[in-house]
Write a protein that binds this ligand. Structure first.
Ligand SMILES: [Zn+2]
Length: 415
């Protein structure tokens, strides 16, 4: 999106009217010129609120928070400014194919590649400056293109492939360790493991010994391990020393307390995923995985997940991160889960923001780079029209997006 003149093309789209704007960026102006953002309210990502100050950016980094510097390049007063959000669980390559049906992750056509790039773009425009993709080999070239500035999109961390539990057939501990090393060699940033059946039924698909081998080898290779787990598998993944449990429905309070004690992150979903399936039922319906019976149960399951989050939020020190499980049809709407968390599960709005800021960054092992607005961190900064602490639907109104000091969205705000 950067022209030869070094000006980033920003698209201003608000109230349905779109127009290109020329935005200054740290890169376009050169390393010596700083960019100054004026803000009247800043959520710092860690639970703090700053008023009437300025954020100074040099290159890709925040270098100061100080009310004095000028001149102001971006006047974001009247908006709520916060760190770019982090979605801990997306399927960035999932899209609908030419027949309109869910094509899943496997597409290798040019259409599928464009769709994945489009998913990345709309996710960034929605205020998500970092996402964790939990398994698709085609996400690796997308990650690299974005990281090298060849495509606009959120910073992507990806698992590449995944380890699917199939009982004894999953392999011996040594075979599992070899698989993890292969993932590392293939460029994975993390390991994704499927250790149980689906939301409503199905038992564990890996033993304690197998899971321990996978997560321990991950640690040795410097890879975090994310485990798809429901019911009994939640405790087993926690005891195996895995980094994060995905979904988690069916875990008891005792399991959740054990996670809090061990510092294991949990990543539950509050509604966007199942609502996406229901909204696009005809595109997803394909037995044996997406069945009429499954769709009929989804309304009840949305409630079950929301009750689960309500319960989890009451467990002291439990680290609940923000991951939407975004699939085809959800990309760009990742913020909807905030509205469910706060509106339907009673989560405190500040906690909801922190889950996708500093806590989300900590879960990625990147808290010294992203997730907060502070000197020394990456300039990943967004602004919302409205205050999410007072009206959580403000998360839908992202009017400014900066990632690594480059502005990708600066929508003219109408009073
Ligand atoms: Zn998923």
């Amino acid at each position: 999106m950067q022209s030869s003149a070094g000006i980033v093309l920003c698209i201003s789209c608000i109230f349905g009217v779109c127009a290109p704007l020329q935005c200054k960026s740290a890169q376009s102006i050169g390393q010596s010129k700083r960019v100054v953002i004026a803000a009247s309210e800043i959520l710092d990502g860690k639970g703090g609120v700053l008023h009437d100050t300025r954020i100074v950016i040099d290159g890709s980094q925040i270098v100061a928070i100080d009310p004095k510097p000028g001149p102001v390049d971006y006047d974001l007063r009247g908006l709520t400014v916060l760190p770019g959000w982090i979605d801990a669980h997306v399927h960035i390559t999932w899209s609908f194919g030419p027949d309109g049906k869910n094509a899943g992750e496997g597409g290798t056509t040019s259409g599928a590649a464009y769709a994945a790039a489009s998913n990345a773009w709309v996710t960034l425009m929605a205020g998500f400056t970092t996402v964790q993709d939990v398994g698709s080999p085609t996400a690796i070239p997308l990650r690299d293109a974005i990281a090298q500035g060849r495509l606009p999109g959120p910073r992507i961390l990806t698992a590449g492939g995944s380890l699917s539990g199939r009982g004894e057939q999953t392999g011996t501990p040594e075979e599992i360790r070899a698989f993890i090393r292969k993932q590392k060699a293939g460029g994975a940033d993390l390991i994704k493991i499927y250790a149980s059946g689906g939301m409503t039924r199905g038992s564990m698909t890996m033993s304690q010994e197998q899971l321990t081998a996978a997560c321990d080898e991950g640690k040795r290779q410097g890879l975090r391990s994310l485990v798809h787990a429901f019911r009994d598998a939640v405790r087993v993944a926690t005891l195996a020393g895995c980094t994060e449990v995905e979904h988690g429905l069916g875990a008891s309070d005792g399991d959740l307390k054990l996670m809090a004690e061990r510092g294991t992150y949990i990543d539950p979903q509050a509604g966007l995923l199942l609502e996406t399936y229901l909204q696009y039922k005809n595109r997803y319906l394909a037995p044996p995985y997406y069945t009429e019976e499954g769709f009929a149960a989804m309304r009840g399951l949305i409630q079950a997940h929301q009750e689960f989050i309500r319960r989890a939020a009451r467990i002291p020190r439990l680290k609940i991160v923000y991951g939407t499980d975004a699939v085809a049809g959800s990309h760009g709407r990742n913020a909807e889960d905030f509205i469910h968390r706060v509106g339907d599960s009673g989560v405190n709005p500040m906690d909801a923001m922190i889950s996708a800021n500093s806590l989300g960054a900590e879960a990625l092992g990147m808290e010294d780079q992203i997730g907060s607005i502070a000197p020394g961190l990456q300039a990943d900064i967004i602004a919302l029209m409205g205050d999410p602490l007072k009206d959580i639907t403000a998360v839908r109104r992202v009017v400014f997006v900066m990632k690594g000091g480059i502005v990708y969205k600066y929508a003219a705000v109408q009073p």
